[in-house]
Design a binder for this molecule. Structure first.
Ligand code: ARG
Length: 558
């Protein structure tokens, strides 16, 4: 149940909307006074009364019932106590009923959300910088689906540009078929790096010519380009499998080459295209931005031109209600410009385009460097983390079966959680030791808690459950579990999977407090034992759902 809405429904609302009241209700840090609290100072101005008086009046008239057992005023706050047994009964019943659908809803039924994420560059390294977009996008994809939306995952491949001419030139000079086929993306990347450091004027000219050949559809050039793309996709596919992400479309930049014309024509017709130093641009000065370049002076299209065509194509193809771009904040200006141009074209759906920006990930041992040859491949970070996870697990539990499988879930999860736990806009420094700390705010802590819960549940059957008045530890856990559906909704609304990651850590902490302070299998009575087992099961269900939404695996044993 949504307690905040329930409380708000029962408060008088003069001059303030019920939603506003519900949004103001918070869970106080010290729960000895109340389970929920409404700070009344926010309404003092509107109601022309002191917050203390407002709280007192509201407390006197609040109709306590079987859900909210008490409303009291303390220093301008209105505190509510929840009927513990009522909440426990309702929450456990709901989790039991909904199981792996607990937290889902149908709010998104009939709506489509496109999510542009990962969007790697062909023939370039899949480096640690791609971690966030891939796992945040993957999580948002599942979260929206869980809420009933139709989600369309789009990998807007960077598969167009002069670099492919360079690559062909480098391949022709230094490469051979077997080595590149065997070395895959690494071999391609080496060629590219070598071109950038060793290419002569002559080779640069060749590169330009090869790019022109790709554009004009020359068979040999196009075949080579396709081959490089295939090798890249084969490679990234393996990483996507590890990270549990999938896509519905791989329409990359090259897909839009023949779709830019009509959009450019429309810009012209609407009088939005102006010439600036030979280039065709949309002037955005009135909006405080540099011009959006549509065609370079040599007539070539740009990244932005392709994005413009892609936005129209997506609207036509998917008729989205929202289109998200999960891209680093370095591209803030690009998306502001892009969205503005579409708005200026008079498209009402410009408001449905959202840049979901995120911060940088670097490693503790030396900042990430994209300078030539010094790239940190995501594959290596994952590999190392899984290896370390294996060592730790082997030490902690030498008798564990399937250590490799568990290490894979723990290690991959730890890397992913690094990008999922903090507010997405923050820059993050990834540390292997911190990420694999069994007692930290980590995925492995949550996974370990799941294994602990599963182990308890494996030792006893749950009999008939009759819910007693919960003690503090039980009740704190129940309250945390009850928050999950709202947490999922908030994660979607704010495009913030970290809400779910934080839920997982918080709930795991509360479960562990309960686990250490309350005897489960040795409870004082059969009734209490059954209740505690049911609570353990509900915790396992909720934590599993949370980790699954984030794309992180849950080992049965650890
Ligand atoms: N390939 C681009 C890059 O690595 C990201 C593309 C993001 N998506 C888009 N529609 N622009 O920077």
């Amino acid at each position: 149940m949504d307690y905040k809405a329930y409380i708000a429904e029962r408060l008088p609302a003069d001059g303030v909307s019920r939603e506003e009241i519900a949004e103001s209700i918070a869970v106080p840090p010290d729960t000895s006074l109340g389970d929920y609290a409404l700070p009344c100072f926010k309404f003092a101005k509107i109601l022309h009364k002191s917050s203390v008086l407002i709280a007192q009046e509201l407390a006197a008239s609040y109709p306590a019932d079987g859900v909210i057992s008490e409303a009291t005023a303390v220093n301008g706050y209105l505190n509510f106590k929840v009927n513990r047994r009522g909440l426990a009964e309702e929450t456990l019943a709901r989790i039991e009923r909904e199981g792996e659908r607990y937290g889902s809803s149908t709010v998104g039924a009939g709506k489509t959300v496109c999510i542009d994420y990962s969007s790697v560059n062909v023939a370039k390294p899949f480096h640690i910088g791609h971690l966030s977009t891939t796992v945040l996008g993957g999580a948002l994809y599942r979260i929206f689906q869980f809420l009933g939306y139709k989600a369309v995952g789009i990998n807007h491949l960077g598969d167009y540009g002069t670099q492919f001419g360079k690559l062909i030139a480098a391949y022709k000079h230094w490469g051979n078929r077997e080595d590149v086929q065997k070395g895959g993306i690494h071999a391609i990347n080496d060629l590219y790096v070598r071109f950038n450091s060793e290419a002569t004027e002559e080779m640069e000219a060749e590169a330009r010519e090869y790019f022109r050949l790709i554009e004009s559809g020359d068979k040999e050039a196009v075949d080579l380009f396709r081959w490089f793309k295939e090798l890249t996709l084969d490679y990234v596919q393996k990483i996507y499998e590890k990270l549990h992400v999938t896509f519905d479309s791989y329409a990359g930049e090259s897909f839009y080459i023949d779709k830019m014309g009509p959009v450019i024509d429309e810009l012209k017709e609407k009088g939005l295209l102006v010439e600036s130093r030979g280039a065709q641009v949309v002037d955005l000065e009135p909006y405080g931005m540099t011009p959006f370049i549509v065609l370079r002076s040599d007539g070539a299209s740009l990244y932005g031109t392709r994005d413009l065509a892609a936005a129209f194509y997506r609207k036509q193809t998917y008729d989205f209600d929202k289109c998200l771009y999960v891209v680093a904040y370095q591209q803030n200006l690009h998306f502001k410009q892009l969205f503005k141009v579409i708005e200026l074209m008079g498209e009402p759906w410009a408001k449905d385009l959202v840049h979901v920006a995120y911060g940088m990930v670097s490693l503790e041992d030396g900042a990430m460097s994209t300078r030539q040859g010094k790239v940190i491949w995501l594959e290596d970070v994952i590999g190392r983390c899984v290896e370390k996870a294996f060592q730790i697990i082997s030490e902690k539990n030498p008798a564990l079966e399937n250590k490799e499988e568990v290490a894979e879930k723990v290690g991959v999860g730890a890397v992913m959680f690094g990008a999922l736990y903090n507010n997405k806009i923050k820059d993050i420094v990834f540390s292997y030791d911190k990420a694999l700390n069994f007692d930290g705010e980590t995925s492995v802590y949550v996974q370990y808690t799941c294994a602990r819960a599963a182990s308890v549940l494996g030792k006893a059957e749950i009999g008939q459950v009759r819910i007693p008045e919960p003690c503090d530890e039980e009740f704190e856990l129940v309250k945390a579990l009850a928050e999950f559906p709202e947490t999922v909704r908030a994660a979607a609304e704010k495009y913030e999977p970290s809400c779910i990651a934080r839920f997982a850590v918080d709930t795991a902490q509360k479960f562990n407090k309960f686990y250490f302070d309350c005897k489960i299998l040795q409870a004082e009575s059969e009734e209490l034992k059954n209740f505690r087992l049911a609570l353990t099961k509900a915790t396992l269900t909720s934590l599993t759902n949370a980790l699954t939404l984030l794309g992180i695996g849950v080992p049965e044993k650890m």
